[in-house]
Design a protein around this ligand. Structure first.
Ligand SMILES: Cc1cc2nc3c(=O)[nH]c(=O)nc-3n(C[C@H](O)[C@H](O)[C@H](O)COP(=O)(O)OP(=O)(O)OC[C@H]3O[C@@H](n4cnc5c(N)ncnc54)[C@H](O)[C@@H]3O)c2cc1C
Length: 387
């Protein structure tokens, strides 16, 4: 382990790894510290909906080309249980080949780790960052492995540890959603035809994402209800899901790999300060309702890499000016995405019958108003900025 590197990345998950790849050909040295052992794939069973904008970035990183088991999303059907208003988004109407893609977190991780292995980045697996800090001149990270520990200084420390270790809770605006997400693989009577379904229910939003021959299910509800869903035997689960979701893809035939996650909101207060920058889930954690968390984090990584490529001298790295430029560039996208997702969960879970009908009317209006629908689709694909 060196004692100094121009850029240090704490966390080699999807966002940290993508960032490291995006600066691999810069003029600066890059060291990445990842807590997992090299051969150990992540335990997360989640599937991710990647936006079309994310595909464009992953293509430029040469990661898309090796990504396995990608299922395209060409249409998105958004509805609310108990009302008739529906919105449908179509790739053909947005002039893109696909609106998005569904991949397993593990497959994305595997493609990124392969690309890292082929790059010139010094990756240290099995190395946890236990603390970090900074001052006007540089940042420091405390690291530890099973056998050793030490300190690494850098001009720029990029914290991409998913919000796990290095920032005290007092530095974050946080809340629990009092909802858990149930994840599973489902097969259905009718094929998915590359259509994703987003359905708002009084319990919480649910999504069926086309994946391989079936669907990846993300169902959100209060923790005790999710425990109940998980405890059901297979037939009871499939019947309950049919009642919950409706008949759009016919009956559900099989379910496997049910697991659950608690859901929270978290926003780091000072995401760029004293030669340190927090990106991805280390900076912001959102509800998965709109499938935006990784997409937003990747746009952090891409913007930060662009700022670094624009630095002609080492002393500019992590400088107050550079950090301020990064924050200015990311402010709108991060705040708009966090607010949109949070408000979506809030308004669509209020039980008031008047509001329920207003929401149904809102979905119907969105369907009938192409400019607004186009705006929503572009935001979901590219975030709140021009590309
Ligand atoms: C149920 C669910 C469904 C989701 N669906 C979607 C979706 O459809 N689309 C979407 O865009 N997003 C989705 N997300 C969000 C998405 O999973 C995250 O936004 C994304 O994983 C964030 O990536 P990250 O690299 O910032 O953090 P993480 O994925 O958490 O990776 C962090 C990495 O840092 C490493 N690490 C942790 N601590 C340390 C340490 N102390 N030192 C060194 N390394 C460390 C970890 O081993 C890991 O490799 C979903 C999330 C959930 C919970």
């Amino acid at each position: 382990m060196p004692s100094h590197s121009d850029i240090v990345v704490a966390g080699g998950g999807p966002v940290g790894a993508a960032f490291a790849l995006a600066v691999a050909d810069s003029r600066f040295s890059v060291t990445l510290l990842e807590a997992r052992q090299q051969a150990k794939s992540p335990i997360s069973q989640r599937t991710l909906a990647l936006s079309y904008g994310t595909r464009l970035i992953l293509e430029r990183l040469n990661v898309w080309q090796t990504l396995q088991q990608i299922t395209p999303i060409r249409d998105i059907h958004i509805s609310q249980r108990g009302t008739i208003g529906v919105t449908r988004l179509h790739a053909s109407e947005e002039n893109v080949p696909e609106l998005g893609y569904v991949v397993e977190y593990r497959a994305l991780d595997a493609a990124l780790q392969t690309a890292l292995a082929d790059s010139n980045i010094a990756v240290h697996y099995g190395t946890s960052v236990s603390a970090s800090g900074g001052n006007r001149h540089l940042a420091w990270l405390n690291w530890q492995t099973k056998a050793a520990s030490g300190m690494l200084t850098s001009r720029l420390a990029v914290i991409a540890d998913g919000g796990n270790q290095t920032e005290p809770a007092s530095q974050k605006q946080q809340k629990q959603y009092d909802q858990h997400a149930l994840l599973a693989w489902i097969s259905s009577e009718r094929p998915h035809m590359n259509e994703a379904f987003e359905r708002f229910t009084p319990d919480g939003p649910m999504a069926l994402l086309p994946h391989g021959e079936g669907f990846a299910l993300v169902l959100t509800a209060a923790p005790d209800k999710i425990r109940h869903w998980i405890s059901l035997d297979e037939n009871a689960f499939l019947t309950a899901l049919h009642v919950h979701f409706g008949d759009r893809v016919g009956r559900f035939l099989t379910v496997r790999d049910r697991s659950s996650f608690p859901l929270r909101y978290s926003l780091t207060q000072h995401s760029a300060k004293d030669h340190r920058i927090f990106i991805g889930n280390a900076a912001h954690v959102m509800h998965p309702v709109a499938g935006q968390g990784f997409n937003l984090g990747l746009r952090d990584a891409w913007e930060l890499a662009n700022q670094i490529h624009a630095c002609s001298h080492r002393h500019e790295l992590g400088s107050t000016d550079m950090l301020a430029r990064y924050q200015r560039a990311r402010r709108l996208d991060v705040s708009a995405s966090m607010l949109f997702t949070d408000q979506l969960v809030y308004w669509f879970t209020l039980a008031d019958p008047v509001l329920r009908h207003a929401r149904g009317l809102g979905l119907a209006t969105l369907q009938q108003w192409p400019p607004l629908k186009h705006f929503v689709a572009r935001r979901m694909m590219f975030g709140a900025q021009a590309w």
